[in-house]
Design a protein around this ligand. Sequence first.
Ligand SMILES: NC(=O)c1ccc[n+]([C@@H]2O[C@H](COP(=O)([O-])OP(=O)(O)OC[C@H]3O[C@@H](n4cnc5c(N)ncnc54)[C@H](O)[C@@H]3O)[C@@H](O)[C@H]2O)c1
Ligand SMILES: N[C@H](C(=O)O)[C@H](O)COP(=O)(O)O
Length: 348
Amino acid sequence: MNKEENIIVGISIGDLNGIGGEIILKTFADSRVLDFCTPVIFASVKTMTFLKNHFNINVNLNGIKHTDQILHKKINVLNVWNEPVKIEFGKEDLKIGAYAIKSLEKATQALKNDKIDVLVTAPINKHNIQSDTFKFPGHTNYLAQELEGNSLMLMIANDLRVGLITDHVPVKDIATHITPELIVEKIETVYNSLKRDFRVNKPKIAVLGINPHNGDNGVIGSEDDDILRPTLKAIKDSGKLVFGPYAADSFFGSNNYTNFDAIIASYHDQGLIPFKTLSFGKGVNYTAGLNKIRTSPDHGTAFEIAGKNEADNSSFKEAVYKAIEIFKNRKEYKAITQNPLKFNQKKI
Ligand SMILES: NC(=O)c1ccc[n+]([C@@H]2O[C@H](COP(=O)([O-])OP(=O)(O)OC[C@H]3O[C@@H](n4cnc5c(N)ncnc54)[C@H](O)[C@@H]3O)[C@@H](O)[C@H]2O)c1
Ligand SMILES: N[C@H](C(=O)O)[C@H](O)COP(=O)(O)O
């Protein structure tokens, strides 16, 4: 297979009782998608056949046992399990959560071993995936352990990119998590990702304040003055185009966000509420900063509509496209930065 043209997209199935299977099949039912990527779904042919019949989606599945059997122009399904699985749409079920993790672990292994080029994850339910061996609040935190680099949750929709200093952290713990070291690490990660993954030459990054109105000189909290401002000053002094802190409440409403290549929020809902409000259904969740590429849609398992053929697959499709785009950008960036003279040479 020509890996240059046919990027192999590994897909973890997510929660089988949610909308994951539906959005995956709807995406690859459009055969044009198979012209530029080769999907490999980590699940089982039996399970995927049940789903395609349930949703009446007319696709052919190519069942395989090993990644060396992957075929181009086919929807490959790698059999991670063979037994029949009882799918009950909309039901939170620990047994179903265990299949989501089986799929994720197998796909991650393939990603680590370069058997797939990128990983796109369908949504999981964070409660039913917990077990004695799996204790992560999400893919980002799991992949941060499995892969190399410093992970960053970066939500992307066209030119809007919102990264988080803290991600799946309970509200009561946020302030203690935000240290100068973590701020530096996350800004460094988004800066490098903008250059390498999105080919932004001189990234401009905005940082949102932690407290309401940046703490109003200590009246509403001291973290902005004591931690954030001095850290940002040191980063700015190093020559990076980093701006802020900006009061978070008006930053998006005033359209100021359009002036930056990325926005860094202090915590999950500070960043994800404006992001999803502006882009829900088109956004992509990208785990930046790691040696491998993983994207996912900007939504969850949507149990209330699962099985009803109502799920919109736009965000999942966008997640596939973005993973491919980032894969290509990284390759190009590597070529340019390794030997710029060679890259610019033209054949005479
Ligand atoms: N990438 C992921 O794995 C991921 C992302 C977000 C949430 N989750 C998990 O999913 C579960 C449910 O989370 P939630 O209820 O907060 O968010 P959700 O995104 O599942 O649902 C929010 C709302 O959006 C609707 N919706 C979501 N996706 C849709 C789609 N493709 N088409 C049409 N409507 C859609 C739902 O019906 C619901 O009304 C939680 O366990 C959460 O942790 C997982
Ligand atoms: N915070 C993500 C969102 O709301 O879209 C979601 O929980 C997924 O997180 P992981 O990518 O870490 O699973």
